[in-house]
Design a protein around this ligand. Structure first.
Ligand code: XIL
Length: 331
């Protein structure tokens, strides 16, 4: 049966790339789904700072090399995720050898050395980089997120990261990536940040919408407003980490072991609406990546409720198409 269904990226060939986030396990266990349905690849964790440069100057590129070879062998694009983030960055980055906090110049040197090594190694092989991830605050009273990057370097850590990445690989598309990207307050802050970067001629080419959504939120109109607002900056948009949780955000039940029929119906409907919207904006949306492949594995099994299963994708645990798959391929 699986052999006879249409390829997702085939169906979307004239619209945008269809990507999947993989890790070293799922790239093996879902090999066939990946080869058939996806033409873009993101590493779920393997390309984060802590995995590439555990200790200063000690790089481990093996997993990433393998993923990039897989992508090349299958004619897939690669999205690089991510260079500068407050999470999954080792403590040594912010520490001074004498035990105090590192100073601005030293931290900028480390950031630029990391970007030089990583972007340089994969120059020409990575179509788009999430250069800076999640730098905007979710707090209404605050603009940028409190982080070591901000605290030690100041606001221009963002511009400096983009400038360095562009210097090292001038052909890569450089993205600012964030979540809650369609909530009215946060989208204005993202807009403000990217606008200010553009005004300073910082090399930035796109905005990544993570799209960690669920069966109720966010509303389609808010997503549309975000796309319109971001597109008005003249940049491309990529959906970078899509999943559609079967739980509403405030539903913190732990003991649900199977999705109910009504959860799945809502999810199907939502997927249909999301992809209808994406197709409307095919001129600006260049890629849509799921934060996984099939319901056999999702990071949502541990987030936000530890140990609770979730079923956020269009392929089920056995890799078979769900109703959501049919809703986004029949149009
Ligand atoms: C997540 C991974 O999926 C998990 O395996 C890891 O434990 C934590 O990070 N926003 C991002 C992604 O930009 O890098 C995150 O990925 C999910 C939220």
């Amino acid at each position: 049966l699986e052999e006879t269904i249409p390829s997702l990226c085939g169906v979307y060939r004239d619209y945008f790339n269809i990507g999947a986030a993989v890790n070293k396990y799922t790239i093996e266990s879902n090999k066939h789904l990946l080869e058939k349905h996806f033409n873009s690849l993101t590493a779920e964790n393997e390309m984060k700072f802590e995995n590439l440069q555990r200790e200063e100057g000690v790089f481990t590129f093996e997993e990433t090399d393998r993923m990039i070879s897989f992508a090349e062998a299958n004619g897939m694009k690669v999205r690089g995720h991510t260079l500068v983030w407050h999470n999954q960055t080792p403590d040594w980055v912010f520490a001074h050898p004498d035990g105090k906090l590192v100073n601005r110049d030293m931290l900028l040197n480390r950031m630029e050395a990391h970007i030089l090594a990583v972007v340089g190694r994969y120059k020409g092989k990575i179509e788009s980089w999430d250069v800076v991830n999640e730098a905007i605050s979710d707090d209404a009273t605050e603009y940028l997120r409190k982080s070591k990057w901000l605290e030690i370097v100041g606001e221009d850590f963002i511009a400096k990261a983009f400038e360095k990445a562009h210097l090292v690989d001038p052909d890569a598309s450089l993205f600012y990536n964030d979540y809650n990207e369609s909530s009215p307050e946060k989208r204005e802050k993202i807009y403000r940040l990217v606008k200010s970067l553009k005004e300073k001629d910082v090399p930035i080419h796109g905005i990544g919408l993570q799209a960690h959504w669920n069966i109720a939120e966010p509303k389609i109109d808010d997503i549309r407003a975000a796309i319109e607002r971001y597109a008005s900056l003249g940049l491309q948009i990529q959906v970078t980490e899509m999943d559609v949780s079967v739980f509403e955000w405030n539903d913190k039940r732990k003991n649900v072991t199977e999705p109910t029929a009504s959860m799945l119906e809502l999810q199907e409907k939502r997927y249909e609406q999301f992809f209808n919207l994406f197709r409307e904006y095919r001129q600006v949306i260049t890629s849509v990546t799921f934060w996984g492949i099939s319901d056999a594995y999702t990071w949502l099994n541990d987030f936000p409720v530890k140990g609770r299963r979730n079923w956020p994708f269009v392929f089920d645990e056995a890799g078979k198409p769900k109703g959501a798959y049919w809703n986004i391929t029949r149009f």
